[in-house]
Design a protein around this ligand. Structure first.
Ligand SMILES: CC(=O)CC(=O)O
Length: 673
C-alpha cells in the first residue's frame, strides 16, 4: 500500500495445517463431483487429488474467468428448475445492475420443498426444532409442505399478490420457516425481525417496506424466562397502517388479540402447494443492515439470485446434502437465519433453535448439536471464545461424533479459537471460519471441504466470487492488507434497496470508492497460498501515522486475558491533527483494572502485535455496545468521541443497549470542549 500501508502482513510463511481432509473426503466431496462434471461438460480444470490446493485454485480461477459458464453449469448440475428457460446467463455484468438469467422464471420455495415430493423422504424430518428444554421436535417434509401450501393459499385469499410484503415478528421457530416459504410460494417479499427487537427497531425496518401482513408471536422464552410482547405487537399494529391481516402465533399460549387470525387455522388446509413462477430477479426478501446513522439499509435480494448462491454456498462449500443436519445458532434478525432455512434447498434437515445461547449454561449449543445429531454446526466466533473462557469441554462432555464441520462467523475467529476447537471439540474437525455479510446474504470466503485449515485463516475465496484486496489506488495486493473488493457480480448482490428509486443509497454503500467494483468495507489479506485473513471493518480502521491496523487483531490479543470479557478499540482523529486510540475494556467478574492489569494488556498487545498497536489509554466500561446482530459498535462510538451529537452519530434503534452510549457522548464532549 502506498499513502497508508499496513505493518501487519498476513501470516504468509508456510504454516502447518491444523486439519486436512483425508483423501476419501476429497474424492467424495460434492465440490469434487461438481468439478469432475464441469470438467467433462464445460471445460473446467480436472480435480487433482495429489494437490488439493492447486486443484481448488484452478477451479476458482476458472469460475471467475468464466463466470457465466460457471453459473449456467452449476444451475444445471444442481437441477435448478426453470419453468421458463433463460435467454442467457449474464446479460449485463455491470455493477450495480448486473442482469442474471433474463427470461427465466422459477420459485425458491418449490426448490426448498423438493424432498417432500420423494415418498421415501416425506416422513423424515425437514426441521428439528429445539427450545430451551433442548428436546428436539421434528417437522416432517410432508408436514412442512402441507403447512406451506395451506398458508400460501390463505395469504392469496387475504389478497396477497406477488411483490406484497409479509413481515414476521418471530423467533427461530418452525413457523418462521413456514411463513418465509409460503411468502416465497406466492411471490411475496419476506421480511423479519426477532422478537427481542423493541418496537422502534422493528418499525425502523418494517415501516420502510409497508407490509400487508404481520405474522407475530405473543412473546418468547429466553434464558429460562417468558417475555410477553403483546404490548409491542399492539404498537406495531397501530404504526403499520398498510397491514391487511395479523396472524397470531401463540408461543406463550395466549388467545389471539382482537382482529388477529390464528396460525393454526391458516396452516391446516389440505391443499396442494402452488408456486408462483416469478422472474429470476423477483424480490425474495428484504434484509436490513444498520448504517452508522439513519434508517437501516433495506436490502432486496432476488429469488433466483439467492437460490443459486445459497445452493452453491451450502452444497459446494459446506458439502451439505440429504442426510446432513444443519444447525446454525442465529435469530431471525440476522442473515444467517435466511441461510439456515436455505439448508432445505440441499435436502438437509434444518435445526431451528429458539433460546439463549448460554442457557442453562455456556455449553447449551453443544448440547443442542448432540441432541439433534447435527453434522454441520455454525455459530459466532464470539460464542467459541466464550466457551474457551468458560472452560467448556464439548469433546469430553458431549457425543459430537456426527459433527463434521464447526463453522463460525460474525467476526474473524481468532487463532486461539481454532486451537480451542481442535483441542476441546475434536482434533479431526473441519473448522470453517467464514466471512460475507447481509449485503450478499452469503460468504465471500470461508469453507472448502477439500482444502486444509490453517490457524487464523479462512480456507479460500468462494467459487465465482472475484475477491481481491485493493490498495487505495485500486491496485491488487497479495500478502498485504487491503480493502475487500469483489470485481465481478454475484447473483445474490442486492437487486436494489427499498425506497431508493434512483439507486443513490445503494451506489454510495458499495461503489463510491472504486466505481463499478463492490467495496465491502472490510480489511482483508489474500495470501499467496490462496487463503484469506479478515482484519475487521475498514470504515473503523485504526490508522496511526499512516499505518493501518485492524481492530479485530487487537481484540484477539486482549481478549485472551481471562480478566477481559470484551473490548472496544477506537482510533479518533482529533481536531488538532493528533490521534487518540483508547481501548475500552469490559472486565470479567471479580477483575479490577489496576496498574498490573493495564501493564499486562499493553504487554500482550506489544508482544502479539506491535508497539504501534498499544493503546493510548485503557478505560473500564460496564459493557460493550453492539448492533442488534451483535457487532461491536465502532463507528458510532468513534463519532461520539469526536463530539458528534448522539442523534447524528447513531440510530438508537439499531443498538442492543443505547444507554451504554451516554458514556462515550459525555467523554467526547469533555475531550472536544
Ligand atoms: C457470513 C457473514 O459474514 C455473517 C456476518 O458476519 O454478518
Amino acid at each position: 500500500m502506498t499513502a497508508a500501508h499496513s505493518d501487519r502482513t498476513a501470516r504468509t510463511s508456510q504454516p502447518e495445517a491444523l486439519w486436512r481432509p483425508d483423501p476419501g473426503a476429497f474424492a467424495s466431496a460434492r465440490l469434487t463431483r461438481f468439478q469432475e462434471w464441469a470438467a467433462r461438460h464445460h471445460g473446467a480444470p480436472e480435480p487433482d487429488p495429489s494437490d488439493p490446493v492447486a486443484s481448488y485454485a484452478a477451479l476458482h480461477r476458472w469460475s471467475t474467468e468464466h463466470l457465466a459458464t460457471f453459473w449456467g453449469a452449476f444451475a444445471d448440475w444442481s437441477g435448478v428448475r426453470f419453468s421458463t428457460p433463460y435467454e442467457t446467463v449474464l446479460a449485463d455484468a455491470a455493477m450495480p445492475g448486473a442482469t442474471w438469467f433474463p427470461g427465466a422464471t422459477l420459485n425458491y420455495a418449490e426448490h426448498a420443498l423438493r424432498p417432500a415430493e420423494d415418498p421415501e423422504r416425506a416422513a423424515g424430518p425437514a426441521l428439528l426444532h429445539v427450545d430451551e428444554t433442548h428436546e428436539p421436535t421434528p417437522v416432517s417434509w410432508a408436514q412442512l409442505r402441507s403447512q406451506v401450501a395451506s398458508l400460501a393459499q390463505e395469504l392469496r385469499r387475504l389478497g396477497v399478490r406477488p411483490g406484497d410484503r409479509i413481515s414476521g415478528y418471530l423467533p427461530n421457530i418452525p413457523e418462521a420457516a413456514v411463513a418465509l416459504l409460503a411468502t416465497a410460494a406466492v411471490g411475496g417479499v419476506w421480511t423479519s425481525c426477532a422478537p427481542d427487537f423493541g418496537a422502534r427497531s422493528v418499525l425502523d425496518r418494517f415501516q420502510q417496506v409497508e407490509p400487508v401482513v404481520l405474522i407475530t408471536v405473543d412473546g418468547y422464552r429466553y434464558g429460562g424466562k417468558e417475555h410477553d410482547r403483546r404490548t409491542t405487537v399492539a404498537e406495531l399494529r397501530s404504526a403499520l397502517p398498510t397491514l391487511r391481516a395479523v396472524v397470531h402465533v401463540p408461543l406463550l399460549g395466549t388467545p389471539a388479540p382482537e382482529g388477529a387470525l390464528e396460525w393454526a387455522d391458516l396452516t391446516s388446509l389440505d391443499v396442494e402447494p402452488r408456486y408462483e413462477q416469478v422472474p429470476f430477479d423477483h424480490p425474495l426478501w428484504v434484509l436490513y443492515s444498520s448504517g452508522t446513522t439513519g434508517l437501516p439499509k433495506a436490502i432486496v435480494q432476488s429469488q433466483g439470485g439467492i437460490l443459486l448462491e445459497h445452493l452453491k454456498q451450502l452444497t459446494l462449500h459446506n458439502d451439505m446434502g440429504p442426510g446432513d443436519r444443519f444447525f446454525w445458532f442465529t435469530s431471525t434478525g440476522w442473515m444467517m437465519w435466511n441461510l439456515l432455512v436455505s439448508g432445505l434447498l440441499t435436502g438437509a434437515t434444518v435445526v431451528t433453535y429458539d433460546g439463549s445461547p448460554g442457557y442453562p449454561d455456556t455449553a447449551a449449543q453443544w448440547r443442542v448439536a448432540e441432541r439433534t445429531g447435527t453434522t454441520i454446526y455454525g455459530t459466532s466466533a464470539a460464542y467459541i471464545m466464550a466457551c474457551r473462557k468458560a472452560d467448556v469441554h464439548p469433546g469430553r462432555d458431549f457425543d459430537l461424533s456426527r459433527v463434521k464441520c464447526v463453522a463460525t462467523t460474525g467476526s474473524p475467529l481468532p487463532p486461539d479459537g481454532f486451537r480451542w476447537i481442535h483441542d476441546e471439540v475434536a482434533a479431526d474437525m473441519w473448522i470453517a471460519s467464514v466471512s460475507g455479510g447481509t449485503d450478499v446474504c452469503s460468504c465471500f470466503a470461508g469453507a472448502v471441504p477439500t482444502l486444509p485449515v490453517h490457524t487464523g485463516e479462512l480456507q479460500a475465496p468462494s467459487l465465482a466470487t472475484d475477491l481481491a484486496a485493493w490498495d487505495p489506488q485500486g491496485r491488487p495486493l497479495v500478502d498485504e492488507v487491503g480493502e475487500l473488493v469483489v470485481t465481478q457480480p454475484m447473483p445474490s448482490m442486492p437487486v436494489r434497496f427499498w425506497n431508493d428509486p434512483d439507486g443513490a443509497r445503494y451506489h454510495d454503500s458499495y461503489f463510491d470508492m472504486y466505481p463499478g467494483v463492490w467495496r465491502h468495507g472490510d480489511w482483508i489479506t489474500l495470501t499467496s497460498r490462496n487463503t484469506v485473513v479478515i482484519h475487521g471493518r475498514s470504515d473503523s480502521t485504526l490508522n496511526r501515522q499512516g499505518v493501518r491496523m485492524g481492530s479485530a487483531d487487537i481484540y484477539e490479543a486482549v481478549e485472551r486475558l481471562p480478566e477481559i470479557r470484551e473490548s472496544l478499540v477506537i482510533g479518533v482523529e482529533q481536531a488538532d491533527g493528533g490521534y487518540w486510540m483508547p481501548l475500552f475494556v469490559h472486565l470479567a467478574e471479580g477483575a479490577a483494572l489496576d496498574d498490573a492489569l493495564r501493564d499486562r494488556v499493553k504487554q500482550t498487545i506489544r508482544q502479539s502485535l506491535s508497539p504501534r498497536h498499544v493503546p493510548d489509554e485503557i478505560i473500564e466500561i460496564p459493557a460493550v455496545p453492539h448492533t442488534l446482530t451483535g457487532k461491536r459498535l465502532e463507528v458510532p462510538v468513534k463519532r461520539l468521541l469526536q463530539g458528534t451529537a448522539m442523534e447524528k452519530a447513531v440510530n438508537p434503534g439499531s443498538v442492543d443497549n443505547a444507554e451504554l452510549l451516554r458514556f462515550y457522548e459525555q467523554l467526547g464532549r469533555e475531550r472536544t470542549a
